[in-house]
Design a protein around this ligand. Structure first.
Ligand code: BGP
Length: 475
């Protein structure tokens, strides 16, 4: 494997998934604090109230990061810890917490990578204004960003605006499996547009206030393959890649929506309302790099022709019945049909394992958008077992190793990847899967659930990653 000098070997997390201390030191509630109270929405009704209590264990965890040799740590700031009401008065204790984390990381020569939004919108902005469906939230977000840019702009070089906008808008507004628990495609595409505006405005502000820093979004990318070489299947895969990937990346990097997909959404009456002023805003804030979160891609075949809606019968469909009648009413059903890939194994959670897809993904993104890339997430969720005080997670080592080999190959292909943040450093809360789905290099013993214990235990993969970092990717 070939990795550049000063490659940022890192690990990643998100506030709600690690911090706990959900109502400590003035933190306000977020939409996830509220959503997790709805029975049945998360596995065993788990929540992030304690999580792995990074809030109180951060020093201990950062000492472990230093022992591992980590060069970078990606974490998110909880907006409602800084602004309990989403806007207005700043909670100094919240700012102090992140300052301590950043200082502690830097004390150990670990580069902080700060994510501004990893899904935990302040609850007030949801209930009072309608969350990402409201333009008010754009202004609130930009003000929140300004506070962090002013406070940490001189200390933190790398900033992430939104984590996986494609995932949180789709799951939150289209499939009702994340907050705000909505299943309405029109509302989803509108909320997504609002987030695009917030992203562009935050980047524009960042470039004014922190000219020496670098900023970009983290996108959940998955390459889509055709099931066969039949031209109809190949076309379906082209369409799926446009719908799943380019639809978002084009806005970030080119400042405009992919015309063909926009036309389809308009025909289905689910397109966002984009004003002339909006179009100008989207042109203003372009990223310095792209963060890529890679877990898996997909495979498709041509859609069932009987269900394809032509210009003639478009008016007859009800665009609001999306989730209920996924087969005939979604834009996807017009373009492609998802199928299993017969060549790929799956994780215990049914996610296809596809390291080569990672190399393809990195090449595709770079060749289209010509921006430096950083891997902001990649990792394996598994049922780890603590036996005799040890966790033998060889499967995680194999998974990460196979993926890193492909990142190395992509770099040899000419893709400028400047860092790799494994998901995750310690075990943490998986949004809707609870605590059984573990990702960390460090096991967190949750048998004794009190926040004071939550013992940290290095897994076998800890030593493996330590060695990878030491040798800059191994031999
Ligand atoms: C990404 C999120 C992460 C993390 C990861 C694993 O989409 O950005 O926050 O949760 O997926 O997902 P899961 O926890 O569902 O296994």
């Amino acid at each position: 494997m070939k990795f550049p000098e000063h490659f940022l070997w890192g690990a990643a997390s998100a506030a709600y998934q690690v911090e706990g201390a959900y109502n400590t030191d003035g933190k306000g509630p977020s939409i996830w604090d509220e959503f997790s109270k709805i029975p049945g929405k998360t596995k065993h009704n788990t929540n992030g109230q304690i999580a792995v209590d990074f809030y109180h264990h951060y020093k201990e965890d950062i000492v472990l990061m230093a022992e591992m040799g980590l060069k970078a740590y990606r974490f998110s700031v909880s907006w409602s810890r800084i602004l309990p009401n989403g806007e207005g008065e700043v909670n100094q204790e919240g700012l102090d917490f992140y300052e301590k984390v950043i200082d502690e990381l830097q004390k150990h020569q670990i580069e902080p990578i700060l994510t501004l939004y990893h899904w935990d919108l302040p609850e007030v902005l949801q209930t009072k204004y309608g969350g990402w469906e409201s333009r008010h939230t754009i202004d609130a977000f930009v003000e929140y960003c300004r506070i962090l840019f002013d406070k940490f702009g001189t200390k933190v070089k790398y900033w992430i605006t939104f984590n996986e906008q494609n995932v949180f808008t789709s799951l939150g507004y289209r499939w009702a499996s994340h907050p705000p628990n909505v299943s309405d495609s029109k509302r989803m595409f509108q909320a997504n547009h609002i987030v695009n505006l917030a992203n562009a405005k935050a980047i524009q502000l960042f470039h004014q206030v922190v000219p020496q820093g670098k900023i970009g979004p983290s996108f959940g990318y998955g390459e889509v393959y055709p099931l066969t070489s039949s031209p109809a299947d190949v076309l379906a895969a082209v369409d799926a890649n446009q719908f799943n990937n380019d639809w978002w990346l084009d806005v970030y990097c080119r400042g405009e929506y992919l015309e063909r997909i926009m036309r389809l959404l308009k025909q289905m009456h689910i397109a966002p309302d984009v004003t002339i002023e909006d179009k100008k805003v989207l042109q203003t804030g372009k990223p310095d790099f792209l963060g890529i979160n890679y877990y898996h891609g997909g495979t498709v075949k041509a859609p069932d022709t009987e269900k394809v809606i032509t210009g003639k019968n478009f008016d007859k469909i009800d665009p609001y019945l999306m989730a209920g009648d996924a087969q005939s009413n979604t834009p996807e059903s017009q373009l492609f049909q998802s199928v299993e890939n017969p060549y790929l194994d799956k994780t215990n959670w049914g996610w296809e394992i596809d390291p080569i897809g990672f190399r393809i993904a990195l090449r595709q993104v770079y060749e289209k958008y010509r921006l430096p890339l950083i891997i902001t997430e990649n990792g394996l969720g598994a049922f780890d077992k603590l036996e005799g005080g040890q966790v033998d997670d060889q499967y995680r080592i194999d998974y990460l190793n196979d993926h890193l080999v492909q990142v190395g190959k992509a770099i040899s292909d000419g893709v400028p990847v400047f860092g790799f943040c494994a998901w995750s450093f310690t075990d943490l809360l998986s949004w809707i899967n609870g605590y059984d789905k573990r990702y960390g290099f460090v096991y967190i013993d949750r048998d004794d659930y009190s926040p004071k214990s939550l013992l940290r235990i290095k897994k076998k993969s800890f030593n493996w990653y330590q060695r990878i970092i030491e040798t800059n990717g191994g031999k």
